[in-house]
Design a protein around this ligand. Structure first.
Ligand code: G3H
Length: 484
């Protein structure tokens, strides 16, 4: 692992990484071992924190005082080295989290594009901040200054891309970093460690590996983390924030839970709604925070929707990530198949029917898609974020039903609204956009393009991310002023 500008050799316990991709053995299907990572302890975590603190030196370190142009040059150099590692990183994304090869390539390319866009955005921001303003006899230069030491934790579903949407802006704004990769999605960062070491001053980027409860708790309890950035669950985020002794001094930049709804009115184009709901609910097996995780469909079009949706899902190819045109792939979290099956069983026990488009059941890391209908408030699938290939569908007669669902929800990320009636759409936009942070009209929910704001209401987010917003989030607007 990388700490204080050195690649440290680990001789302690390791976590063996099992791929979701299975091989046939005498015992049946078994996950393949693809590597291991150190299970660091509190001592190593605190030493890495110390390295980040030394590099920041209370804002007097080489990195936070470097010019923007010099910092950009370091990030550009890093990006060049990262591109040279593309094949290795892409292949590790595929093996570690079971993402299709095509989507793993997309994740890598999108990340490189994100870094380039961030550099352009910072150049623009710097141009605007380098001038002086005169107001009431005061000459002022408004700047963007760093915040300190950032603890950065990304999610398993976009282990490279979403991690870098916080790591890169945090870095380029002059902060120093402690970076803990996700449990499923650690190995793919190995090929980049040497590039981090070569391109940034000592101690600016430090990695730590291990169990969250062993290494993260002491870091938070030290009170020396200035910024916590996590793409994950609100439960974990709240636990971590509570550990910080001076939580009012901690900036939290969080992308959290979501249970995005699709609403299909009786005036919708059903073929279009089906096409977008398939993508929205099943891309990367439904393991996206932006996935459509519940569908409200007007009763008068419910049968037509279900029939077409089942047929469309049934055509999706299930297989190994490297297979041509594969859409559904193995899941990386070992407990997920059992959890999803329990959600479906609970719905059935409460009166729902299940359409198993691929024959049903789960096997090792494979979970075949299920459409569950009609879902009601007694079922787990009504509120829980299933984060997998199970699609709950609810019929409605009155548009107040889905609106009330959103009002009462703990989450408020996005909605996908389907209607071909301009008046109906116009009447629904305000009620919906005042519940969630993005309303998608006649298209699925998604984060990008990355230039657009990405956030959420209630338990779905703290802070806004995007190419521009992230630069603001990881800095403070400061002023150097004097009398005229
Ligand atoms: O998992 C959450 C991601 O932000 C989803 O991103 O909508 O681009 O797939 P995406």
């Amino acid at each position: 692992y990388l700490s204080g500008g050195e690649m440290k050799t680990w001789t302690g316990d390791v976590h063996t990484v099992l791929s979701p991709i299975c091989i046939k053995t005498a015992n049946g299907l078994e996950r393949k071992v693809i590597g291991s990572y150190p299970l660091c302890g509190e001592e190593e975590a605190m030493a890495s924190l110390n390295d980040a603190i030394l590099a920041y030196r209370d804002g007097r370190g080489e990195w936070p005082t470097m010019s923007v142009a010099e910092r950009i040059a370091c990030v550009e150099k890093f990006t060049g080295k990262m591109i040279a590692q593309k094949q290795e990183v892409v292949s590790l994304i595929m093996w570690e989290i079971g993402k299709s090869y095509a989507d793993s390539v997309k994740e890598f390319d999108r990340t490189v594009e994100y870094i380039h866009a961030t550099i352009d955005a910072l150049k623009d921001l710097d141009r605007k901040s380098s001038g002086f303003a005169i107001e009431q006899g005061i000459i002022g230069q408004i700047r963007r200054s760093p915040l300190g030491v950032v603890l950065c934790m990304g999610p398993f579903n976009y282990p490279l891309n979403e991690t870098f949407t916080t790591l890169i802006p945090a870095l380029i704004m002059g902060n120093t970093l402690l970076f803990k990769p996700p449990k499923h999605g650690t190995l793919l960062h190995y090929p980049l460690l040497e590039a981090f070491r070569e391109c940034f001053p000592k101690g600016v980027v430090n990695t730590i590996y291990g169990r969250g409860n062993v290494i993260i708790a002491p870091l938070m309890e030290s009170g020396k983390i200035n910024v916590l950035t996590l793409i994950g669950s609100s439960k974990v985020a709240n636990q971590l924030k509570k550990m910080h002794p001076k939580v009012n001094r901690l900036r939290a930049i969080l992308g959290l839970d979501a249970k995005n709804a699709a609403i299909i009115t009786d005036k919708a184009d059903i073929d279009l709604a089906v096409k977008e709901c398939v993508l929205g609910s099943l891309s990367f097996n439904g393991q996206r925070c932006t996935a459509i995780k519940i569908i409200f469909v007007h009763s008068s079009v419910a049968d037509a929707f279900l029939e077409k949706m089942s047929a469309a899902v049934g055509k999706l190819k299930f297989g190994m990530p490297w297979e041509k045109d594969v859409f559904l792939t193995p899941l990386p979290e070992p407990q997920k198949p059992g959890y999803l099956q329990s959600c479906v069983a609970d719905a059935v026990a409460h009166g729902a029917k299940v359409i198993n488009t691929h024959g049903g059941a789960a096997n090792a890391s494979f979970v075949y898609p299920a459409i569950v209908y009609p879902v009601n408030e007694k079922m787990k699938l009504y509120r829980e974020e299933q984060f997998g290939p199970v699609i709950p569908v609810i019929p409605f007669d009155n548009i107040e039903t889905p609106i009330n669902y959103l009002i009462e929800a703990d989450h408020g990320q996005q909605v996908a609204l389907f209607s071909n009636d301009a008046e109906e759409l116009a009447s629904l936009i305000d009620p919906l956009v005042n519940q969630v942070s993005r309303v998608n009209i006649n298209c699925q929910c998604q984060r990008g393009p990355d230039i657009f704001p990405f956030t959420g209401r209630k338990d779905s987010a703290e802070a806004t991310l995007s190419v521009f917003d992230a630069l603001r989030a990881f800095s403070i607007r400061s002023l150097v002023a004097t009398k005229q």
